[in-house]
Design a protein around this ligand. Structure first.
Ligand code: A2P
Length: 285
């Protein structure tokens, strides 16, 4: 499993298992079991996914069964938009820690630049996420989080964060796939020393049917999902495909044993249309 060294020295696997919409203990247990068998060592959850407790419980049971200890895996969770603000963020972080119940988290992200319940254009959003960041810095210093970062931030939000932070964000997690090639954001992260991690690499499934992706996959004797994940990896971007299906979980892990040519990379990047399948954070001030 390839990994990246974050800007604070922490090692993070380039592949993780996404768990958005993964619900119910049996489903979580089966998916994590399959993922650990296939070599996944990183798991991505969030308060809003409402599965932190199930993931924590499943890992407690599965790690010894797979001959692993807590230190061998990487767990990411995220602060709910409803928990933004000084006291609320501190409480939200501690709730995640308690739900996952694994001592510390490897990475904790602010999930969204705005606060739930406030309009995107509400000018209090900026101060609110600044307070959340300060709360997360406190937990980082206390050793509860090994790294901290943000998700769904634009370059503008990041500039604001970099101007006041005392702990540098280590990771930016955003939607990124061939129909949404966020080149400027990628360049910004590279210059500022943040690791870029993609969510929805498969375009929430839409890109699996894209003719250009399918043709390339057929030619390389790979699946569309593998080609899409490989495309991100070759740009130094981490991936966290979500699946609850053991065969797809296995398939999504076989992305380190082939290479896309420069031409194939450009063909995929040429699909860019600015399409977002998830949310657009640009309206959040
Ligand atoms: P499932 O859990 O039933 O496998 P994204 O990461 O872009 O949000 O896409 C995730 C979606 O793609 C999920 O609905 C997941 O469904 C599906 N998926 C994940 N891996 C594969 C794969 N290798 N082939 C086909 N569909 C996949």
């Amino acid at each position: 499993m390839e990994s990246v060294t974050l800007n604070n020295g922490v090692e993070m696997p380039m592949l993780g298992l996404g768990t958005f919409k993964m619900k119910g203990y049996e489903v979580v247990h089966r998916a994590l079991d399959a993922a650990l068998t296939q070599g996944y060592r990183s798991f991505d959850t969030a308060t809003v996914y409402q599965n932190e407790a199930d993931i924590g419980r499943a890992l407690k049971e599965l790690l010894p069964a797979h001959g692993l200890t807590r230190g061998k895996i990487f767990i990411t969770s995220k602060l709910a938009p409803g928990d933004q603000g000084a006291a609320a963020a501190e409480a939200g972080c501690r709730r995640s820690l308690a739900a996952l119940d694994c001592g510390y988290l490897d990475l904790y992200l602010i999930h969204w630049p705005g606060r739930q319940g406030w309009k995107s254009e509400d000018s209090r959003n900026a101060e609110c996420r600044r307070q959340s960041w300060e709360a997360m810095e406190g937990l980082y210093r206390d050793g509860k989080f090994r790294a901290i970062g943000v998700s769904n931030y634009t370059a503008g939000h990041l500039r604001g964060l970099l101007a006041h932070c005392r702990v540098m964000p280590a990771v930016l997690q955003v939607e990124y796939h061939p129909r949404l090639v966020q080149s400027e954001l990628r360049a910004f992260c590279s210059e500022a020393g943040l690791h870029l991690q993609a969510y929805s690499s498969l375009g929430t499934g839409h890109l699996l049917e894209e003719p250009g992706v399918r043709a390339l996959a057929e030619r390389l004797d790979r699946t569309p999902a593998q080609v899409l994940l490989r495309w991100a990896l070759q740009q130094g971007i981490g991936v966290i495909p979500k699946s609850t299906d053991p065969q797809r979980i296995a398939q999504n892990a076989r992305i380190f044993d082939f290479h896309l040519s420069e031409e194939d990379m450009q063909t995929l990047s040429g699909l860019h249309s600015g399409t977002r399948y998830c949310w657009d954070p640009h309206t959040v001030v």
